[in-house]
Design a protein around this ligand. Structure first.
Ligand SMILES: [Zn+2]
Length: 284
C-alpha cells in the first residue's frame, strides 16, 4: 500500500502514440463498408455503481504503522491498552459516538484476561445500519510460523490491516455522511485461541477464538441492535491478496455478496486493487 502503488496519470510521452492512432482509427471507421444486415452484439449493460466514498491507501497504511508502533497488542499488555486508547481518541475525533464494552474473559488455558470491545457509531439515530468489523488484538504467539513461535506477533496484517482500513473509512465518514448509519465494531481477544498442539483438538477449540465477537453477539452495545448486513475485515494487507467467498457468508447473506462485483471480477475470488479507493470496493 505504498506510494509507488498509487495510480499515476499517463505521461505526455506515453500519450503521443495514442494521438497518432486516433485519426487513423477514425479514418478506418469512416471508410468501413456498411453492413445493414449484421447484428451487432453489445456487451450487457452493467448496473451503475453508487459514488464511492474517498479512500486514501497511504493514510490507511499510516494507521497500520501506528498500531505496529505500539508493539504487539496482546490483551492485558501496555501496548494493547495504549493502542485501544489511541483508537478511541481517533474515532471520537472522526465524529463517532464511542461505546466501550469491558469484561473479563477466560481464554483457552484458563487464564482470565481483560476484554475491551470498541464500538464507534455514526448517525446513531438512523434505523438503517451497516456494521463494519475488525479485531485489533494480536496473537500472543507465532504458532503458525517456523521460527520464534513462542513470541507475540506484531500483527501488521493480522489485526492491523483491518483496523487501518476501517480507521481510514472513519476519517472520511467524519467529512461526509454516506447514507445509512454506520457502526464499527473493533473486537478484542479474538486471536487468543487454542494453539495447534497445545492440547488435543476437540470440537470446542473453535469456541476459544473470537471472544470479543462472542461477547458482542450476546451483549450488543444497544438493545435490539440490528444491522442490515456486516462486513468483517482481517488480514487484508498482504501483497496481491485474494479473498475467496466465505462459506458462511454465502450461506446466510448471498444477496450481499456484491452483485456489482459478480459482474466485474473473477467468479471465484475478489482481489484487492492498487488504485485509490479500490480497497473499499474490493471488500464490498
Ligand atoms: Zn486475526
Amino acid at each position: 500500500m505504498g506510494t509507488s502503488m498509487r495510480l499515476q496519470g499517463r505521461s505526455n510521452k506515453g500519450s503521443w502514440p495514442l494521438l497518432w492512432l486516433l485519426p487513423v482509427a477514425m479514418l478506418l471507421v469512416t471508410c468501413a463498408p456498411d453492413e445493414p444486415n449484421s447484428v451487432k452484439e453489445e456487451a450487457p449493460a452493467l448496473p451503475a455503481l453508487p459514488p464511492t466514498p474517498g479512500f486514501d491507501q497511504d493514510s490507511a497504511y499510516a494507521f497500520v504503522q501506528k498500531q505496529v508502533d505500539f508493539g504487539p497488542r496482546v490483551p492485558g499488555t501496555p501496548g494493547h491498552k495504549a493502542c485501544a486508547d489511541w483508537m478511541v481518541a481517533k474515532l471520537r475525533g472522526f465524529g463517532a459516538t464511542v461505546i466501550e464494552q469491558t469484561a473479563s474473559v477466560t481464554v483457552f488455558n484458563g487464564q482470565k484476561l481483560p476484554m475491551r470491545n470498541i464500538v464507534a457509531s455514526w448517525n446513531p439515530q438512523a434505523k438503517e445500519r451497516v456494521l463494519l468489523l475488525a479485531h485489533y488484538d494480536t496473537r500472543p504467539f507465532a504458532d503458525k510460523d517456523d521460527e520464534r513461535t513462542g513470541e507475540p506477533i506484531l500483527g501488521a496484517n493480522d489485526g492491523g490491516s483491518g483496523v487501518g482500513i476501517l480507521l481510514e473509512i472513519a476519517r472520511h465518514l467524519a467529512l461526509k455522511q454516506h447514507g445509512p448509519g454506520v457502526d464499527m465494531l473493533f473486537t478484542d481477544v479474538e486471536d487468543y485461541g487454542q494453539p495447534n498442539g497445545a492440547m488435543s483438538a476437540d470440537d470446542n477449540s473453535i469456541a476459544t477464538w473470537a471472544l470479543g465477537s462472542q461477547y458482542f453477539s450476546k451483549n450488543p452495545h444497544v438493545a435490539n441492535y440490528k444491522a442490515r448486513f456486516g462486513i468483517l475485515l482481517d488480514m487484508c494487507g498482504a501483497k496481491d491478496a485474494r479473498f475467496y467467498r466465505e462459506a458462511i457468508s454465502m450461506r446466510y447473506a448471498p444477496r450481499h455478496r456484491g452483485p456489482h462485483l459478480e459482474n466485474r471480477f473473477s467468479p471465484r475470488s475478489w482481489r484487492t486493487f492498487r488504485g485509490r479507493d479500490q480497497v473499499f470496493r474490493g471488500h464490498g
